[in-house]
Design a protein around this ligand. Structure first.
Ligand SMILES: Cc1cc2nc3c(=O)[nH]c(=O)nc-3n(C[C@H](O)[C@H](O)[C@H](O)COP(=O)(O)OP(=O)(O)OC[C@H]3O[C@@H](n4cnc5c(N)ncnc54)[C@H](O)[C@@H]3O)c2cc1C
Length: 293
């Protein structure tokens, strides 16, 4: 029996898809397919789904806005868990609760409506709250680790609340990239006037205007200590390097652009960049992007 049919038998009312196409649901716009995808309607349904997938030994991956992932070509014989319907937003004093599926744009607009500031540096980062928390997304001025108070999550099938310090946040990493699913996050903001928030958000959005246009995953590699991965790649003369339709941006060398690429092209280009940087500098670049097998 196919995975879609098994899902529908177990969860007749759940929103499920057959043959999920990664190229349509990731910002890089390439990659193969998954046998099925499921979008639970609420936290209870999400927990039940995750428990069932584990019990049945079915491979799965969680996908947010797909802004930092590269899915391989071919068929992923598993289920894509999409938490986009977990869209609850609540304001309690200067704290906000946001469901994992809330987009960065919705989070910021909601915070502004309620006079809660402190999140403006996130303006313009393509993400869901779940993906942003898992990746500890951010810019120099602010990362999720700075504002996460508590995370409602599923760990080993159990619904739990983790305190910020239990999330083991580090550079582009957290406990949530190791099998713990984020369902919702309580974030600590601060009181601010709407105009002040608007001004700050505009500043951070404008600062992003210089980033490369086109389909990408944002930064491909984590910055090694004390140096930016982009400048390292540039110094190695790799700007503009191409494999098939995948090319190193000439604007920002840590961005790989999809100009008609397959996921294999992107993966091969990543391999070439790593090898060349290691050969010329001895530095081993760590991938920031997340692979889906
Ligand atoms: C043009 C562009 C600019 C970018 N600029 C920035 C930037 O300035 N700063 C920055 O930090 N990043 C940036 N990124 C990268 C990306 O926006 C962030 O990594 C973001 O956090 C990805 O969120 P997402 O919802 O798309 O997660 P996805 O890409 O869908 O997933 C990323 C990882 O998180 C996991 N994940 C997703 N949701 C959950 C969940 N609910 N529970 C557990 N795990 C989960 C996935 O399994 C995957 O391993 C940029 C990307 C692009 C395309």
């Amino acid at each position: 029996m196919g995975l879609y049919t098994r899902l529908k038998e177990q969860f007749p009312r759940m929103d499920c898809e057959r043959e999920f196409d990664f190229s349509r649901h990731t910002t890089i716009g390439c990659g193969g397919r998954a046998e099925a995808a499921a979008s639970p309607a609420d936290e209870q349904e999400a927990q039940a789904l995750l428990v069932w997938l584990r019990r049945e030994n079915i491979p799965y991956c969680i996908l947010g806005a797909g802004a930092n992932v590269l899915a391989s070509e071919g068929l992923f014989a598993g289920v894509v868990v999409r938490l986009r319907r977990l869209g609850r937003l609540e304001c309690r004093g200067t704290e906000l609760f946001a469901g994992a599926g809330v987009t960065g744009g919705r989070l910021l607009a909601f915070a502004q409506q309620h006079g809660i500031g402190g999140f403006s540096p996130f303006s313009g980062i393509p993400m869901t709250v779940g993906g942003g928390t898992a990746m500890n997304a951010g810019v120099r001025e602010l990362h999720f680790s700075d504002v996460v108070r508590r995370v409602l999550c599923v760990e080993n099938g159990t619904l739990r609340t983790l305190e910020g310090r239990e999330c083991t946040f580090s550079e582009k990493d957290s406990i949530f990239l190791k099998g713990v699913a984020v369902l919702g996050v309580t974030l600590r903001g601060k009181l601010a006037r709407s105009e002040e928030i608007a001004r700050e958000s505009c500043y951070f959005r404008t600062r992003r205007h210089g980033l490369p246009k086109g389909r990408s995953m944002g930064c491909t590699f984590v910055n090694p200590p004390g140096i930016s991965a982009g400048s390292l790649i540039e110094r190695c003369g790799l700007k503009g390097t191409r494999v098939g339709g995948a090319v190193v941006s000439v604007r920002h060398a840590n961005f790989i652009l999809n100009e008609g690429a397959t996921a294999d092209d992107v993966a091969a280009l990543i391999g070439r960049i790593k090898a060349e940087v290691a050969r010329q500098t001895g530095i081993i670049l760590r991938e920031e992007i997340r692979r889906i097998p």
